[in-house]
Design a protein around this ligand. Structure first.
Ligand SMILES: *[C@@H]1O[C@H](CO)[C@@H](O)[C@H](O)[C@H]1NC(C)=O
Ligand SMILES: *[C@@H]1O[C@H](CO)[C@@H](O)[C@H](O)[C@H]1NC(C)=O
Length: 400
């Protein structure tokens, strides 16, 4: 064998080794997903190198993913799409054409991206927001980590939701006040759940949300050893390491919080009464417990709690509230994915909401990884994702 051929052989073995990730058999288009995952992984490595060299923050490089998918606010014959601001926060409005005088329904949609990535112009949202069946959607942005930390993201979204829910504003947009929904995916699902809880207690807000839709939301910061974290530690798109980086960046750029989270040793004694809210031994249905054995997280240094006081705040981790704060929440639609570290956050919320009598519709996708909303447009089109999105839109169309 010539040197060249040997070199090629070794290079292709290395590439195959790098690209090949053992995914579960029932995942559709595994090879495409693997390639996409390899691209994400590579970007992650580049980001690590750039960060270690002191050139750029990890998330500035990761932001390339979302800026590649930039979409301009393009209207078509069915929807008018415009970028605007509500109380100084940028939002993208999707307003259906057609009968201008009839009252519309509205969805406040919050994008994902781990509180660090994305924006109102992130392309994947276009597909869900411009579906003609759903009328009067809006979509918003919040300031991002690492430049801004909690509670800035929460407050940005809260400010816009509160602004939009004023009767005068709803009137201006010709929206029926009894038919407003809030929705978001991933970090956006986190913000949607947190904002919905806090709005309940706000005496200034008279208009109630009818529905919340939480798409694979992140809901808790107390236990990173849930069965879904253990089983899906290395799943594509959102491995545990990236999720913990996102969580810790939400609160601080100092990596000591993430290191404590990696060991599940970040909760100081004074917060140990919160474990019961996420105790999966109580809240997960048997089929998700499998052969995992519950152990409560190891207590961490009290210094962490003092240094980063926000990370166990329910505005960041909506699962960490008493039952009484869950009663009165609107009808809730939750989507969870089997191969997702965040799966059990969503499932535990479903159990806790049902326990206090909130009507919940739970759609669990057996063959999906995190981020399926991204897979309904090029380069990766998955029929199962399209079906899940269709179900969600159809349900919303009937129930909102
Ligand atoms: C947004 O989605 C609509 C409906 O699916 C489509 O017609 C339009 O071309 C999309 N716009 C962009 C900028 O991708
Ligand atoms: C978690 O739940 C199990 C089963 O109900 C219980 O034995 C255990 O004490 C709980 N642990 C914590 C920390 O809440």
């Amino acid at each position: 064998m010539g040197k060249k051929a040997l070199f090629l052989l070794i290079a292709s073995i290395l590439i195959a080794y790098y690209v090949y990730t053992p995914f579960p058999e029932n995942i559709e288009e595994r090879w495409k997903l693997m390639l996409m995952n390899a691209a994400f992984k590579t970007l992650g490595h580049v980001a690590d190198i750039a960060e270690n060299l002191g050139l750029m923050h990890h998330m500035e490089i990761m932001m390339l993913i979302t800026s590649m998918q930039y979409t301009a606010p393009l209207s078509d014959e069915k929807v008018t799409v415009t970028d605007t601001k509500m109380n100084d926060i940028p939002v993208r409005l999707y307003i259906p054409k057609g009968k201008p005088d009839s009252l519309k329904r509205a969805v406040i949609y919050i994008h994902g991206g781990g509180w660090c990535l994305g924006g109102t112009d992130w392309g994947y949202s276009n597909a869900t927001c411009s579906t003609p069946k759903c009328k009067g959607k809006d979509y918003r942005m919040y300031r991002l980590a690492p430049k801004y930390h909690f509670p800035v993201h929460f407050e940005d979204v809260y400010t816009v939701a509160k602004y939009f829910l004023q009767r005068s504003v709803l009137e201006q947009y010709k929206v029926d006040p009894s038919r407003v929904c809030i929705s978001g995916d991933s970090a956006g699902g986190n913000l949607a759940a947190a904002v919905t809880q806090q709005l309940l207690d706000d005496p200034d807000v008279k208009v109630k949300l009818k529905i919340q839709v939480l798409i694979y939301p992140a809901l808790q910061t107390i236990d990173f050893n849930l069965p879904s974290y253990q089983e899906n530690e290395n799943m594509p798109i959102l491995p545990k390491s990236l999720m913990l980086r996102f969580w810790s960046e939400y609160f601080t750029t100092d990596l000591s919080l993430m290191e404590a989270m990696e060991n599940n040793q970040h909760v100081p004694l004074e917060f140990s009464h919160l474990f019961k809210f996420v105790n999966w031994s109580d809240w997960l249905p048997e089929r998700f417990k499998r052969n995992h054995v519950y152990t409560s997280p190891t207590l961490g240094s009290p210094k962490l709690g003092q240094k980063y006081p926000g990370f166990l705040d329910p505005r960041a981790a909506p699962l960490l509230v008493e039952d009484i704060r869950l009663r009165g929440l609107p009808i809730t639609y939750v989507i969870t994915c089997q191969y997702d570290v965040l799966r059990d956050d969503g499932i535990i919320y479903v159990s806790r909401l049902r326990e206090v009598g909130v009507p919940v519709i739970h759609e669990h996708l057996e063959d999906a990884v995190h981020g399926m909303l991204m897979f309904i447009s090029s380069p990766l089109f998955l029929t199962s994702s399209q079906m899940a999105v269709n179900n969600y839109i159809e349900w919303l169309n009937k129930n909102l």
